[in-house]
Design a protein around this ligand. Sequence first.
Ligand code: ADP
Ligand code: MG
Length: 246
Amino acid sequence: MTGPVLETRELGIAFGGLKAVDKVSVSAERNRITTVIGPNGAGKSTLFNLISGALKPKSGQLLIDGVDMTGASPSRTKAAGLSRSFQITNLFFELTVAENLRMAAQVLEPKARAFLPLARSTRALAKTDEMLERFQLGHKRDELAGNLSHGDQRRLEIAVCLASEPKILLLDEPTQGMSHADTADTAKLVRELSRDVSVLLIEHDIGLVMDLSDHVVVMHQGRKLAEGPPAMVRADPAVQAAYFGH
Ligand code: ADP
Ligand code: MG
């Protein structure tokens, strides 16, 4: 496939009188990291909700891999290859690390995927082992997700997202609440992930944004204020005024 893996065309939604996302056009290139930045309330998470199908747009279009997915439900966008990680963790705390992964990987099974006994889900089991190794969680496979450190939970969360082999990964502030060390680890991980999957990231840590992103989109008051390579965006006077506050 050529062309962007994800594209929004003048996508919009309003809550009452508030234009939370106002005619926003963004496109994400294959196996690149596209980062959305902007002050609190800029509309970043709402944009992700429109992309995932959690919210229906009032106007505009959404294309996944060139296919019109405007107004599609979350299960349809998921089937089209979209995976989302929430600001609030979406792990099952009362299940083990391996069980969380196996559940996510279950969609890889060809038939009766929800009903196949876990022990016979060979693709899901293989994927679980692959993820445990890749994310260095093998020694914690039988620990309850709820008992992991914050950093390990975030790593598991990303692994859970990848276990279903998505095309596009939406990450909404994955480093929020993390220590410096865990933030650096996550950055490394996201960079590594982008080899297999196209990443659309919302991130607050501007150092990380500059370091990680191939393309940066700046939102402000529901609108797209600027976009481009990280260094260019950072030097943009309009961005400096709105976002960096000088
Ligand atoms: P960001 O993620 O950039 O901080 P959000 O997308 O969460 O911003 O919010 C954008 C604006 O839309 C904010 O003013 C927020 O209060 C408002 N908003 C978000 N979701 C809803 C909702 N479900 N109902 C009403 N207003 C909302
Ligand atoms: Mg947000």
